[in-house]
Design a protein around this ligand. Structure first.
Ligand code: ADP
Length: 273
């Protein structure tokens, strides 16, 4: 109702598919695209994106990571990237990590890591579009997109213009966060993007003395997650080793099984496609 079919200038998330998907440059092809989303910042969305990239890469896939969290980029830090991005033949060259993961993140374009991006949403969305279509990804099995938190402009543009095959939603076991998760799920549903599953991060800590699991948020069972209608594919403890790996740019040294089931589900989805 009241639709003027000018989807490019309309910010209603009505799920209309009248906006054409962006065309990838002819030096690249991507088989499968997964967005990693959270209702709110600080719940570990970027951590999950990087752990998943590492896992999928170690399982033999060609993986790319597009850091669409433009104002709070953390991928360069997690992977220990200090180089700047280069341009070749009108395309941006991503950084290629030790494992061969191709990464593009805004800090790779800034003179100083702590320079802020003080832009309006539409400009930020344009940059995300460029990261998709103007980066020389070459042959990727899977591209992971670390989305900004929430259901704002960039998330909307990404869902409308990038052919996302599925999204992973990261949450923590607090009621406030769960309530906001529902918004992300509703958005994905309205935009017709399938939800791969949920990840509960910071679920518990393991006592270093007796190995007992302590549920810091008091939410021991994951039943509450069933209200969302999607499986919880991974429960990640609060683990200081993870913080260190990220802070030291050594996320590729991660060798635990925290996101194994999630990675397997993504591979199954790729095979079913
Ligand atoms: P988001 O992308 O949701 O804003 P991040 O992934 O950047 O959140 O995580 C915020 C901070 O918390 C980072 O310093 C990250 O290393 C740390 N962190 C996230 N999850 C865990 C965890 N399970 N154990 C330890 N540290 C974590």
């Amino acid at each position: 109702m009241g639709c003027n079919h000018d989807c490019a200038n309309c910010h209603s998330n009505c799920g209309s598919s009248e906006i054409e998907k962006l065309k990838l440059n002819d030096r690249s092809s991507i088989k499968h695209i997964v967005g990693v989303l959270s209702g709110k910042g600080g719940v570990g969305k970027s951590l999950v994106t990087s752990l998943l990239a590492v896992k999928l890469s170690k399982m033999g896939l060609n993986v790319g990571v597009l850091d669409a969290d433009i104002t709070g980029p953390s991928m360069a830090k997690s992977f220990g990237i200090f180089d700047k991005a280069y341009q070749q033949d009108d395309l941006i060259l991503p950084y290629i990590t030790k494992l061969g993961i191709k990464v593009i993140s805004t800090n790779m374009l800034l003179a100083n890591d702590d320079d802020p991006i003080i832009w309006r949403g539409s400009l930020i969305s344009n940059l995300v579009q460029q990261y998709y279509k103007d980066v020389r990804w070459e042959e990727l099995d899977v591209l992971l997109i670390d989305m900004p938190p929430g259901t704002g402009d960039v998330t909307l543009t990404t869902f409308q213009q990038i052919p996302v095959d599925g999204i992973v939603i990261v949450t923590t076991p607090q009621e406030l966060v769960s309530m906001i998760v529902k918004k992300s799920i509703n958005m994905a549903d309205q935009m017709g993007v399938p939800v791969v599953g949920l990840v509960e991060n910071m679920s518990y800590v393991v006592c270093p003395n007796c190995q007992e699991r302590i549920y810091i948020y008091g939410n021991k069972d994951t039943d509450y997650l069933s209200q969302f209608g999607y499986p919880c594919l991974s429960k990640i403890p609060f683990d200081g080793r993870l913080t260190k790996l990220v802070d030291n740019g050594e996320v590729e040294d991660f060798n635990l099984d925290y996101v194994d089931d999630l990675a397997k589900k993504i591979i199954e989805d790729m095979e079913d496609k």
